[in-house]
Design a binder for this molecule. Structure first.
Ligand code: GRF
Length: 190
């Protein structure tokens, strides 16, 4: 791989995955996190970006829906969605074909789709009584949680697990797998 690859991370919340990804690529010879973008001005991910010395920006719904948003991504090769809650507009999916990667905190195709984000996912999983959950890292197309799956990893759900304890188990899996899967996917295409 001889070209430098720039990543933009989109995150709506705390940004622990964004931070983990940024740290993973800090010393990478070819791949780096160029910017972190959020739809929320007060998201903690901006604090993390500051600590990491990575520029971060906030955008509104209108800005995101407008094709001129692409100008902010001029130097970007791949978009990483790390806890980003909005549907990606069609123009952006077309501009980044197979170059947008999302992480979903459950084993798709179950517990995915509109409304299935954050706590909602873990509550639904616990209420269903199933004995395992996990993460799905997948490409993004025009429908929520429907793009090609790149990787899944599982964890066990035991009797006294709650949505809160499941969040912790899921984060462990996300930290372990997400950066590596991003790296392997990009390297396989470049
Ligand atoms: C993660 O569990 C991610 O899979 C989900 O939202 C959570 C974001 O956590 N979509 P964080 O902001 O990275 O801490």
């Amino acid at each position: 791989m001889n070209k430098n690859i720039n990543l933009a991370i989109l995150a709506s919340g705390s940004g622990s995955n964004a931070e983990n990804i940024a740290k993973y690529f800090e010393t990478h010879p070819h791949i780096q996190v160029k910017e972190i973008l959020s739809n929320k001005a007060n998201a903690f991910v901006h604090e993390r970006a500051k600590q990491l010395d990575i520029p971060s920006f906030t955008f509104s719904k209108n800005e995101f829906q407008d094709t001129s948003f692409i100008k902010r991504l001029e130097d970007i090769d791949y978009i990483i969605l790390a806890g980003f809650l909005w549907l990606i507009p069609k123009y952006l999916v077309k501009a980044f074909p197979n170059r947008i990667i999302n992480i979903h905190p459950a084993l798709l195709p179950n517990f995915g789709g509109k409304g299935m984000y954050g706590e909602n996912v873990h509550k639904a999983v616990i209420e269903s009584g199933i004995k395992e959950s996990g993460i799905t890292i997948h490409l993004v197309n025009e429908e929520y949680d429907k793009g090609e799956v790149l990787h899944q990893a599982k964890c066990e759900i035991i009797g006294d697990d709650t949505a809160e304890s499941l969040v912790k188990k899921i984060h462990v899996l996300e930290f372990e797998h997400f950066p590596r899967v991003i790296e392997e996917y990009i390297q396989s295409r470049n």
